[in-house]
Each structure stands twice: as C-alpha cells, then as structure tokens.
Design a protein around this ligand. Structure first.
Ligand SMILES: *Cc1c(COP(=O)(O)O)cnc(C)c1O
Length: 372
C-alpha cells in the first residue's frame, strides 16, 4: 500500500521532530560512563520537589480527570489579572501551538516568523497547509520591522519567540510594542515565552498584550523552569473568544492527572523557582565571562541557554564535545550553522564545558580556514 500517496499532501513535506541527543545515545556512541547533557534546555537542578511530591499523591488513576482543571486555571491566571476563561492548558505548550494552528491556519494562509526560530513553527504551518514566511534574524534578534514588511493580505498570524530558540536573544520591549500596534488588527499574534521566567527585568511581558491587543495568544511552560519536561504541561493565555475556539480543537483529557498535580505543586514551589533563576543567572555570567576570555562569541542570552559561535562546522564541534562526554546541540540542525546551542548547567557542568572548549579550541582554530 502506498501510504505516501494516501497522506494529506502537506504531511509528505514533513520530517519527524528531531530531538537532541539522549544521554543513552551519547554513552553508546563513545562508550562513555558519564555524560553531561546540555542539549535540550532542561533544568539541570532536576524537578521541583513540590511538583514531584504532589504527583506522588495521585489516586483514582482509573477515573478520567476533571477535564476543566478549574483550580489550576485559576491559579495560573489570577496572579496576572486574568480569568479561567482566558486560560488554556496543554500537553506541553507545543500542543497549544498546534491547537492555534488547527483553529486558525489553513491552506493559502501565510504565517510570518523569524529564521531561525523554533522548528515547530514552520512545521505546524506546513502541517496545516499554510506557508511559513521566514524573516531572517538581524544580529541574532527578531527583525520586527522586516516581519511587519512581510505581512500581506494572506498573513493569518505572526509568531514571535521571545526569548528566541535557538539564539536565546530577546526583543527590545519598545520595539515590540510598536510591532504589536502596527501589526494589522486581523493578523493574529502568537508569542512563545517558554523561557519567560529567565528574562531580564526589562523584557516583553506577553501577557500584557493578551490584555491590550485582541487576537494575541501567549504560551508558557513548566518544562523548563520547573524541570517538568517529561511530565508535559504548558499553558496559554488569550482573550475569551480565542480560548473558546481553541477549546473546540483540544483533545479531551490532554492534561493528565499527574501533570495537573505536578503543575499545582510547582505553583507552590517558590523556593525551587527562585533558586533555579539565581543559579541560571550566575551560570550565565560565568559562561559569558569565560567565553569572552576564550575569544568566543555568544549572543546575549535572555534564557537558560547560550548560542556560541565555533570556528569549525557546528557538527564537528558537537562531535568533539560529545567525545568528551558533553552533549550540546549542533546549530547545523537548528538553522544556525557554526553555532552550538548549549544549556546553562550546574556550576560544575559549566566549568567542565569551559575546560572542554578550551581544550578543543586550538585544534579547531588550526583547522579553521578563517578565524571566526
Ligand atoms: C522548550 C520550548 C518549548 C516547550 O515546549 P513544551 O511543549 O512546553 O515542553 C516551547 N517553545 C520553545 C521555543 C521552546 O524552546
């Protein structure tokens, strides 16, 4: 049977999502006993203990959960002056992104986004039969003026990833404010803020735009800050009309009971949140100073990872670090050639990373055709 010819045409254009190297995969490849994983922007401190404890209280796993999750939606929205009706929950924030596309985007539509940005944006656009309109970053940052200029009568939505994955950069809040007001009112605005909590004080608060600009959806996640990547819990805020439509395409019971329990527990875990942000800030300062000392360029990071330029092909640098037991993400797979995307780790992991870079650099620079 020729499945390819049976598939909807857009599906034929897609590739499976490629996740970073796993710890097991790394160990196997180079027969390593111990691996430092800095490839998927996970929380190096582990999970929120309160989230884990809450999850362990699970009972009645045989019953379908209360699919409204009213308490959880209230706890998420009220601190921001929003309501349950403004709040949608997802099996990770990635699922909310897909709900947004399924609800609003279809064949003939264009979706304006940065290049490079999070790979699921173009993938979801293609999956729904739309055209991703990719606007190159400028100095590693969303070029908001060029994105506005890319808007046509076919533009259904614009997506801003702030901070941007894979560069970790964020946009200037004033520039974003102008962008949001100049974007035509019938163009939807999707703001992915998976790394919101790591941003500097003066940053875009996507939630403000949910309140001030109709047609705006912002997503956040507990995958990163609360160390719950495997549990799958994300959430989004929009105005009531927007959320009501998203609810129509949401798969019933998309948020499992363990995930809902973990999310409630995490919301009580101020200590974990604060310590994670403090450690990330320190790690960021350390890496930034050390990379400067080594003469390596990195984009200023507003997240829990850094994009670092290497003087050789990213894939080669990735492999050399992997041999030393350090897993990073090759920019070649992220539309950022000659860069590595590296999660900020524990202090000891950061030191080992710097030592490995320092050890590899002479050979890399010798191999490099031009110094970078
Ligand atoms: C990690 C990440 C997410 C998180 O996705 P979840 O489905 O919530 O785990 C979303 N957007 C970006 C840009 C990310 O890097």
């Amino acid at each position: 049977m020729d499945y390819v010819s049976l598939a909807r045409p857009p599906v034929r254009l897609l590739h499976p999502y490629s996740a970073g190297t796993t710890i097991e995969g790394a160990k196997r490849r180079f027969d390593l006993a111990r691996v430092i994983k800095l490839s998927s922007n996970e929380n190096p401190r582990g999970s929120s203990p309160k989230a884990l404890a809450a999850m362990a209280t699970l009972t009645d796993a045989h019953l379908y959960a209360d699919d409204d999750h009213r308490e959880l939606r209230a706890r998420l929205s009220e601190p921001h002056g929003l309501r349950i009706e403004n709040t949608i929950l997802g099996h990770g924030s990635n699922e909310i992104l897909l709900m947004f596309f399924l609800t609003f985007v279809g064949p003939g539509d264009e979706v304006v986004m940065a290049d490079p940005t999070f790979s699921l944006f173009p993938a979801d656009a293609i999956e729904t039969g739309a055209t991703p309109v990719r606007v190159p970053l400028r100095d590693g940052v969303h070029d908001l003026d060029a994105m506005l200029a890319a808007v046509t009568p076919r533009t259904k939505a614009a997506i801003v990833c702030d901070p941007n994955n894979p560069t970790a950069t964020c946009v200037d809040p004033e520039a974003f404010s102008r962008f949001a007001s100049e974007l035509p009112p019938d163009v939807l605005l999707f703001i992915d803020q998976a790394y919101r909590e790591y941003m500097p004080a003066k940053s875009v608060e996507g939630i403000d735009y949910v309140k001030s600009r109709r047609g705006t959806l912002v997503t956040r996640t507990m995958s990163k800050l609360y160390g719950l990547a495997s549990v799958r819990f994300g959430y989004g805020f929009g105005d009531e009309g927007m959320i009501d439509l998203l609810q129509r395409v949401r798969v019933p019971f998309n948020v499992s009971s363990p995930a809902a329990l973990a999310a409630l527990g995490a919301l009580d875990d101020d200590a974990f949140r604060t310590a994670t942000i403090a450690m990330n800030d320190e790690g960021k300062a350390y890496l930034s100073a050390e990379l400067r000392r080594l003469g390596m360029f990195a984009y200023p990071s507003a997240a829990n990872f850094v994009a670092v330029r290497v003087p050789v092909a990213a894939e080669a640098a990735y492999t050399d670090l992997l041999r030393r037991g350090i897993v990073v993400r090759s920019g070649d797979q992220l539309g950022l050639p000659n860069f590595l995307r590296i999660t900020i780790g524990l202090p000891e992991e950061n030191r080992e990373l710097i030592a490995a870079l320092e050890a590899e650099l002479p050979a890399w620079r010798e191999r490099a055709p031009v110094p970078a």
